[in-house]
Design a protein around this ligand. Structure first.
Ligand code: AHG
Ligand code: MN
Ligand code: MN
Length: 337
């Protein structure tokens, strides 16, 4: 049920204003920036909900910097975010999974300048078959003392100011953190407003569910194979498996009900498939704020990884803290997280 304060629903904008009291440094600029993101996701939601009625199925015809076929909705989502953020005035740089290079929107001229990076449409292979897809975003401060957009964006996840995602699922939910807990809002299509539906979400410490693409089992390093053999065996974890194929959908289930998601290194992609800056870092920020863990290569905390390129990939093990620690006991020694 939507949460009320003094008998009133709490919109996302009101919640951000409340949060500002915890961050005196963040001026109203931050909430203005966040309103650009939420506006874009409402536009994207309207396209996703009309897929099939309007021409958003299928490929757009080009291949992106990731080497993946671009879907029509990838472009629509990317354009929606660039247009709304472009008019926010305090967004100095944007970087997108769909664009080769980061883009300077405004030269850095005051303290309130931000960098926004995003995966405009996550799980795009699921659009044509009506399975949940998402948008993932992360916000950093735009450093004044760094020359060039491609360098300004190369910050470890620990420097994130805020991060979040929108899951276009059975309902449209926005989940975000600004470093003071994880909060969920549900888009009310009547009001066109995101209303607070979960506050200070805490991920269960453990659950008996693992999430991985088992088709690649034989391509994973042996320690991951050993962990998965243990996890499914009744003498081991005896866990069940859930895998949607949209990271945001798999992660949201784990945020609410617990468990573990992993996209290990494979023989084809030794650094894994998922992107550090606009998929793994934002979800790692949310996971840790909710009491979970997120580890990359060799068990290194995701948010400690120093990026070399805006499109860096990283292996990912993320979810309930006891599930992640259990997995890392197989995958690496000693456990670092
Ligand atoms: P995107 O659609 O932004 O490229 O992301 C797809 C990702 C992620 O959403 C999901 O967890 C993963 O690809 C699924 O990959 P496999 O199909 O290899 O399992
Ligand atoms: Mn993605
Ligand atoms: Mn994507």
């Amino acid at each position: 049920m939507a949460i009320k304060r003094d008998g009133q629903y709490v919109t996302f904008g009101q919640h951000i204003q409340e949060q500002q009291q915890h961050f005196p440094s963040a001026s109203g600029q931050f909430s203005w920036l966040m309103s650009g993101i939420t506006l874009a996701t409402k536009m994207i939601a309207s396209y996703v909900r009309r897929a099939g009625l309007i021409d958003v199925w299928g490929e757009e015809g080009s291949t992106n910097v990731q080497g993946e076929e671009v879907k029509k909705l990838d472009i629509i989502a990317n354009d929606a975010l660039k247009k709304t953020l472009g008019y926010r005035g305090n967004v100095g740089i944007i970087a997108s999974e769909e664009d080769d290079e980061p883009r300077v929107l405004q030269e850095v001229d005051d303290d309130d300048s931000y960098i926004v990076m995003f995966d405009p449409l996550d799980g795009s292979s699921n659009i044509d078959v009506n399975v949940s897809v998402g948008t993932i975003f992360t916000i950093f401060r735009n450093p004044k003392d760094v020359e060039g957009a491609e360098k300004s964006v190369l910050q470890p996840g620990s420097k994130q100011v805020a991060a979040g995602y929108v899951l276009y699922g059975s309902s449209t939910v926005l989940v975000y953190t600004a470093g003071n807990g994880v909060h969920q809002f549900t888009l009310d299509p009547q009001f066109g407003a995101y209303l607070l539906t979960r506050e200070n979400i805490k991920m269960p410490a453990h659950a008996g569910t693992y999430s991985v693409n088992e088709a690649y089992l034989h391509r994973f390093p042996e320690p991951y194979q050993r962990y998965l053999g243990w996890a499914k065996h009744e003498e081991g974890g005896g866990y069940k498996s859930r895998y949607v194929g949209s990271l945001v959908a798999d992660f949201h289930r784990i945020l609410i009900t617990g468990g573990i998601f992993m996209y290990p290194p494979t023989t084809e992609q030794p650094a894994g498939k998922l992107r550090l800056m606009y998929e793994c870092n934002p979800l790692a920020f949310i996971a840790e704020q909710a009491g979970g863990l997120a580890a990359g290569e060799g068990g290194q905390p995701i948010m400690e990884i120093e990026p070399a390129d805006v499109h860096d990939r990283t292996p990912l093990v993320i979810g309930s803290k006891d599930n992640v620690k259990e997995a890392l006991r197989f995958i690496m020694d000693p456990v670092k997280v």
